[in-house]
Structures are given as structure tokens and as C-alpha cells.
Design a protein around this ligand. Structure first.
Ligand SMILES: [Zn+2]
Length: 188
């Protein structure tokens, strides 16, 4: 895992504008669109706030305003339900998805051990053991498609994210009206 810290101020401002809020957690830009726009950020799985370490299960966040809008449309079209049905009915698809989450959760816990070499608080451990990379408690829960896509784009091993990207295609690398699109993306 990349060592993550807040990037320089201009990049941080752009990322937070795309995110629609300040980031509580240090992050790094893990993937960019072809014009250089931050596409996915990666955060640390734990962060220091209010004098204590706190867990942060969702490591990958989709920022590209174009992909956020097209993926939100896919959600409106019922693709979440479609993926949940596929997980239930297609055993191979489920196995692939569950194995990817398991591996990524072990990788995430390894990073926590590196960050907290003196021991991991039980509250942090249980949250991170219960929540997969998209913040779900169950491998059958799909929740929001953006997290799956973000994981697939950087880490791979997420067949739901792969299906989502197959549906919406690549970002064209044009982000006219970046703010407006980011605002729309946030509404969902
Ligand atoms: Zn983009």
C-alpha cells in the first residue's frame, strides 16, 4: 500500500472540491483521468482525530465528476438490485467478489498493523473486520456502485466494479463544468 499523506495544497483543494467536502482523512491520488483530473483517491484505513485513532473502512473514493454522474444514472436504472441478484444467483461471480473483498480486507488490516505497531484497539479491529472495502457488512450487500468502481479502477478484484465500468465506459478526459458535475454527483 502506498504511504498516504495529504498532498500539496492546490491538489488538496481540487480533490476536496470534487469530493464536495473537506477530507478528514489523509489521502493520495491513486488514479487520474487522461487530462490529469484526480479520478480515485486512496485513504488510510485509520486516522487520528479528537486525540484518538478511528477506523475508516472505505479506502477508495471515486472523484471523477463524469464517472460519478454516469454511475449515479446506472444506480437510478436499478443496477444495484441487478448486481445483488447476480451475487445471489451466480455462484462463481459471488466467489470472485467475496475472494477479492477478503484479500483486500487482509491487505487493509496489514496497513493498520503498520500504522499502529503497538496494537490495534478492539473497536477499530471489529469495525474493520465487519466492514468490507465498500463499507458493507455482508458480501451480499452492494450499497453504492461508486465504491465498487473506485476499488476496481485502482485495486482490481471487484467484479461488480468491473461490470459498472463496462457499462459506463472510460472517462473521456473532458471535465467541462467540473463544479456543476461534481455537485450533481454529490446529490445521489
Ligand atoms: Zn474523469
Amino acid at each position: 500500500m502506498t504511504v498516504v499523506s495529504f498532498p500539496e495544497i492546490a491538489e488538496r483543494e481540487l480533490v476536496e472540491r470534487l469530493l464536495g467536502r473537506p477530507s478528514r482523512v489523509p489521502f493520495t491520488v491513486a488514479k487520474r483521468c487522461s487530462d490529469g483530473t484526480p479520478q480515485v483517491i486512496q485513504t488510510e484505513p485509520v486516522f487520528w482525530e479528537d486525540e484518538m485513532w478511528k477506523p475508516f473502512p472505505g479506502v477508495f473514493w471515486l472523484l471523477c465528476p463524469v464517472l460519478r454522474v454516469t454511475i449515479s444514472r446506472l444506480e437510478t436504472d436499478g443496477f444495484v438490485k441487478q448486481m445483488m441478484t447476480r451475487l445471489e444467483k451466480d455462484h462463481e461471480f459471488f466467489q470472485l467478489f467475496a475472494a477479492g473483498q477478503k484479500e483486500a480486507m487482509e491487505w487493509r488490516m496489514q496497513r493498520v498493523r503498520e500504522l499502529l505497531p503497538n496494537g490495534i484497539d478492539e473497536r477499530i479491529r471489529s469495525t474493520l473486520e465487519e466492514r468490507n472495502l465498500v463499507g458493507s457488512r455482508s458480501d451480499l450487500g452492494v450499497k453504492c456502485l461508486h465504491g465498487h468502481a473506485a476499488m476496481f479502477l485502482v485495486y482490481g478484484k471487484n467484479p461488480i466494479g468491473e461490470e459498472v465500468i463496462k457499462q459506463v465506459g472510460d472517462c473521456p478526459g473532458i471535465h467541462d463544468g467540473l463544479n456543476e458535475a461534481a455537485d450533481k454527483g454529490r446529490v445521489q
